[in-house]
Design a protein. Structure first.
Length: 419
């Protein structure tokens, strides 16, 4: 369900914005329009939607219009034309009072440069918005303390901003945004002012926070790696218009044009492409209703020597080989349970192929892909993984892993018999 709908949004900066529209329709560039009219195109006919609980990333280079877009969502910048619909209400038609209430109750903003008040304590900064909106003192203090605990700053409430690191200051800004429990977070290059190590840490913390709170987030960045890491979907902007919208995998595997292709050409695809994108349908048999003769028939028809076994609840039990199924059939034994091999490797649909490579090199069977309920949703074979890795490395030699449960692979892949 979409909670934000942006339709045909324009923002033209300058003395006579209406002069820009005919030139835009003719396909004139941003620079040409500036030369001819003195107007600057900030947003050019942007249309997109944001789903509830989604992290939607808008990215682009400086001057692409990304920060203008997020400021139009809460009318910190007044759009020239178009619609911005929040929960079925067009904010372009809101009165000043209605808009203020929407900013206080529905959406909060986190800025790049923290925007903390130096003369107020951490607690004072977090409860400031609640204070301005007239919240009773004890209630706003309780909400502010809860927000500080959420972002890991409990115990720092009496400190002042200049006594905190950059990452901690940004946590204060995030706590301030969360204090009134908004439905939506608007984050404008929130981590761009941080050094790389702290920035990566804040990205991880945002992902953990989102997993707990399930907010609707619009996140602005100029960093593709950051966008790929935190975004459920990404909109790439250039010169005020949206070039492409898609999931991280869609952006990497199906770039819309040369501009997007240039953006993604140096990205390590193995960290983003996941098992779900390369998995195949698994050949299965269900116990106890199906036995060795059904398993043999299916394996022979498919031209394979193993079949995956599920129970009636669609839970994966293991695999059966053609040799074991034939032996049972000759013995007139209809129960496959006795020959199920459960020491197979399993993984999840969102595991990156980089984390699957080590196990793929070691195991003789394809990896079983299970969803959160333990149901088998597909298999990933070694050939598919190595094809993607080879595509990423080009002429370089594909590395041989040292062990099958090395580093991140321990968390990403497990052996079914060890559950």
């Amino acid at each position: 369900m979409s909670v934000i709908e942006v339709k045909n949004l324009y923002k033209i900066f300058g003395p006579n914005p209406s002069r820009a529209y005919p030139l835009l329709e003719k396909g004139k560039s941003k620079e040409e329009i500036l030369d001819e009219t003195g107007n600057t195109v900030g947003i050019n006919n942007a249309t997109f939607s944001v789903e509830k609980k989604e992290t939607f990333v808008v990215m682009g280079l400086s001057g692409s219009g990304k920060s203008t877009v997020i400021r139009c969502l809460n009318r910190l910048i007044e759009p020239t034309s178009g619609q911005v619909v929040i929960d079925n209400t067009d904010i372009m038609k809101m009165s000043k009072e209605e808009l203020m209430q929407a900013r206080r109750r529905k959406m909060s903003m986190v800025f790049q440069h923290f925007a903390l008040l130096p003369h107020r304590t951490v607690l004072g900064n977090v409860e400031y918005g609640l204070e301005v909106s007239g919240e009773e003192k004890s209630k706003r203090r309780e909400k502010a303390m809860n927000a500080l605990e959420v972002v890991g700053l409990k115990g720092y409430e009496k400190q002042y901003p200049d006594e905190l690191s950059g990452g901690m200051q940004q946590r204060v800004g995030l706590a301030r945004a969360l204090a009134n429990d908004p439905e939506m977070l608007l984050m404008d290059e929130a981590f761009s002012a941080l050094d790389p190590l702290i920035r990566a840490q804040m990205q991880d913390e945002l992902l953990e926070l989102q997993a707990r709170l399930h907010k609707t987030i619009v996140f602005i960045t100029h960093d593709l790696d950051e966008a790929l890491k935190i975004g459920d979907r990404i909109a790439i902007m250039k010169d005020g218009y949206i070039v492409q919208i898609g999931t991280p995998e869609e952006i990497l595997t199906k770039p819309a044009d040369e501009y997007v292709r240039a953006f993604v050409q140096n990205v390590d695809r193995t960290k983003v492409i996941t098992a779900s994108s390369i998995m195949k349908k698994a050949l299965t048999v269900t116990i106890p209703k199906e036995g060795p003769k059904v398993a043999i028939r299916r394996m022979e028809k498919a031209g394979v020597s193993t079949i995956y076994v599920m129970d009636t609840k669609r839970n994966l039990r293991g695999i059966v080989t053609i040799d074991d199924a034939i032996r049972l059939s000759k013995e007139n034994n209809d129960d496959l349970s006795s020959v199920i091999q459960d020491d197979i490797y399993t993984t999840t649909p969102d595991t990156s192929i980089g984390n699957l490579m080590g196990v793929a090199m070691e195991t003789k069977y394809p990896l079983a892909v299970q969803n959160g309920e333990g149901h088998l949703v597909g298999i990933v074979d070694r050939a598919s993984i190595m094809a993607e890795v080879s595509s990423e490395l080009g002429d370089q030699e594909v590395p041989t892993p040292l062990s099958k449960n090395n580093g991140d692979e321990q968390a990403a892949v497990r052996k079914e018999g060890e559950q």
